[in-house]
Design a protein. Sequence first.
Length: 237
Amino acid sequence: MHLLERANKHRFVDVVSVLEFGYGRKGPRRVQMVNAKAGLGKREEIFGNLEQVSKYRPAFYAIAKNSIGESKMQVSPLILRSKQPLNVAKMQDKHWSDIRHKIKPPVDKATMAVLEERARTGVIDTSRLLASQGDKDILERWTKVWVKMPPKRQIIRYYRALLEQVTMMEVKPLDVPNTGKYYKSMARRSTVDALGREKPDLVPKKAYVFTKSSLAGKRGLGAANVIDLAGLKIADI
């Protein structure tokens, strides 16, 4: 409650913190989004080395690589030199558990569009999803009485600060060269098309593409804090 009280007073850090809870940058919502985006069960554990995880959990591997970097996904070489294989396996599993609690899940295209619109215009339209005009009127009257909205300039700063932590993930089909081993009982794929031309031996694969908003972190005038908190205009300064 103290966080919400400070956020209602339009304190920058506290408002951004509330937005982080709402959009899954931290808190229970973050855990739910990680599980949904990575295709993980609620109590499922990640285990194995980097190569194994990249194969059987490619979505989780891609999100972790984009969020914290591939170098931080590596287990310490000193641990891997241990003469006790069980210790190495336990430390690897613990390492993946720690990573799972650090990564920030990506958002879909619709959510990114909403964030960018608010970061561009400073307008929060909470009645957009309501069907009837009567419900919209009730919400508008309730908002005027009970909600003290900050100036548009300040709303823009809130959402642009939030966009620094938000990425959008798209899954695209991709054909990659087949580097797998063939069993003797399996026929090798044909590398010649109908016209007799050679074609590469390709297999389908999912490509995880991450993009960040161009509005992330951008700010307006340097005196934005003074203007917003004092309720002044540029001409009055």
